[in-house]
Design a protein around this ligand. Structure first.
Ligand code: ATP
Length: 287
């Protein structure tokens, strides 16, 4: 049996450069792994049983529409394998939240099956398979602090972010990533990302500099539809976060803090709000 902790991500910066002919957008993102993880365990079973994904979340798709299932099916198809596989999926990462929960599960499946079935795939080959499932999967395979370009699948390693505490606040709403990108209009963006400034701050190990330049242009789409995001951002800062931003297409808001006591204080303050799930986690330098 193999067990993998599949980490969530936040975006320190998310910029949209334009729309492409294939209907995706060209993006420029700085992605950061956090400790919060789903837990996946894998075991082979008799081939007649096929691929089974059993999770702790009622209503989560269990067959083709589950990204973990999709990743397993892709491996079997690519390597012409006729096997049965049982995947136990404990979800801890909020779903449809902007934290790459589904993508990280798919990444975990690729990494696990490569090991379990001795497929001999190196990281670039795993990432090429991952990109067929979703744009964030290659990042989730590697983790850490990365610059993501193209539709998110072209990656460059960045200096590790100074370790800090991350408070996640997930309002009840679910946001579809496709919806957010489809409704993006450059004219509605109030502040554009300065990716170079964040990279410079990362190079200097300057947490304050990173915090000063946090920016996500998709806030211009998701916040008007879900006002509680702006409210949560304000509350994070009011209670002591160095900075706060929406992650990915939202609606999760994160706050960054360099001190554990302060982080616990913010968690306590936000936990009183109805219909908001609050999670304390921290940045990690690798998977
Ligand atoms: P991203 O940040 O990459 O846009 P997200 O965190 O916003 O991702 P997910 O949690 O990946 O969104 O969920 C998006 C959709 O994918 C949900 O509607 C969910 O039903 C579906 N889905 C399929 N497989 C999974 C999985 N293993 N875990 C979570 N969601 C999944």
């Amino acid at each position: 049996m193999i067990r993998i902790d599949a980490r969530a991500k936040i975006n320190l910066s998310l910029d949209i450069l334009g729309k492409r002919q294939d209907n995706y957008h060209d993006v420029m993102m700085i992605m950061q792994s956090v400790e919060l993880s789903d837990v996946l365990t894998f075991r082979e079973q008799e081939k007649e049983a096929g691929i089974q994904v059993i999770s702790n979340i009622p209503g989560l798709p269990s067959a083709e529409r589950n990204l973990a299932y999709k990743a397993a099916a892709l491996v079997m198809e690519t390597f012409k394998l006729d096997k049965g596989l049982y995947i136990d999926l404990t979800k801890r990462i909020p779903i449809a939240a902007g934290l790459a929960g589904g993508s990280t599960d798919a990444a975990a499946v690729l990494v696990a099956l490569n090991e379990m079935w001795n497929l001999g795939l190196k990281v670039p080959e795993l990432c090429a398979l991952g990109a067929q499932i979703g744009s964030d999967v290659p990042f989730c395979i590697q983790g850490g602090t990365m610059l993501a370009k193209g539709r998110g699948e072209i990656l460059e390693k960045l200096p590790t972010m100074p370790e800090c505490f991350v408070i996640l606040a997930k309002p009840q709403a679910s946001v579809s990533t496709a919806w957010a990108y489809q409704n993006f209009k450059a004219d509605n963006v109030e502040a554009w990302a300065d990716t170079d400034a964040v990279i410079a701050a990362l190079k200097n190990g300057d947490l304050e500099g990173i915090c000063k330049h946090l920016c996500n242009v998709l806030e211009s789409v998701t916040i008007p539809a879900h006002n509680e995001i702006a409210h949560l951002k304000r509350l994070m800062c009011k209670h002591g976060a160095l900075a706060s931003l929406m992650s990915g297409s939202g609606p999760t808001v994160f706050g960054l803090v360099d001190d554990e006591e302060k982080a616990e204080y913010i968690v306590e303050k936000l936990s009183d709000i109805d219909n908001v799930q609050v999670i304390l986690t921290k940045t990690v330098s690798e998977n």
